[in-house]
Design a protein. Structure first.
Ligand code: CMP
Length: 216
């Protein structure tokens, strides 16, 4: 039996899609490590669900409450059937104390999460909806783009974006259509290809300048 299976026998649960494992504002008594499936981390901001992240195998959540003894900072909903390890605070502390590799991996993940949160702040500070979408695409290229001969490819699910960017889906589709027509991007299914990120970055600067100077 693999180490993963042994851990699953001891701490594991299989959770169906739609289950809310963690609710914002409630006290937290355990953290979760995802072995399989997907979990959406979200917050309600003025009655709108804002997705902070979608986590997959090897990632964890729910650690903040048990480290700081504060209410849950966000909610977590299972998106695709998940196998999770449910870890109580004592076990968590013992794992960190006894295994420095786990501690180092957690620090790395937490700093990645902070970098993502900083990038989200950057995006939200852009007041123009088109700029927010273009900036999101550029950041996705940098953070998780796949380098191909033709350019940089990212997963791009338009349905996911409006909640993240507070831009309506029709507006995103219209902008993508214009970007595609001008040769800046190519869309096929849930994939988006940016041929030349420097050009797309120039376009973002152009949008920002237009907003600043109008038709001057
Ligand atoms: P906790 O506050 O216990 O419960 C909600 C969890 O969501 C939180 O711990 C983190 O594990 C996770 N979380 C909160 N903010 C983010 C974020 N910006 N990105 C990814 N995960 C987050």
């Amino acid at each position: 039996m693999s180490a993963e299976d042994t851990l699953f026998q001891k701490f594991g649960k299989e959770i169906p899609p739609g289950t809310v494992l963690v609710r914002e504002g409630e006290p937290g008594k355990e953290m979760y490590v995802i072995q399989a499936g997907k979990v959406r981390i979200w917050k309600k901001v003025r009655d709108v669900e804002k997705v902070l992240a979608t986590l997959g195998p090897g990632e964890f959540f729910g650690e903040m409450s048990i480290i700081s003894n504060k209410p849950r900072s966000a909610s977590a909903t299972v998106e695709e059937t998940a196998r999770v390890l449910v870890i109580d605070p004592r076990t968590f502390e013992a794992m960190i104390r006894n295994n420095s590799e786990i501690a180092v991996r957690m620090i790395k993940k937490l700093s990645e999460r902070l970098a993502e949160a900083d990038a989200q702040i950057d995006t939200l500070l852009l007041s123009d909806p088109n700029s927010r979408v273009v900036n999101w695409i550029l950041q996705a290229c940098q953070a998780r783009g796949r380098a191909l001969e033709e350019g940089i490819e990212i997963d791009f699910q338009v349905r996911e974006l409006p909640r993240e960017l507070a831009v309506g889906e029709p507006a995103i589709r219209y902008l993508c259509h214009r970007l595609e027509k001008s040769g800046l991007i190519e869309l096929s299914g849930d994939r988006l290809l940016v041929r030349d990120t420097a050009r797309l970055f120039d376009y973002l600067r152009f949008l920002e300048a237009k907003l600043k100077f109008g038709d001057l």
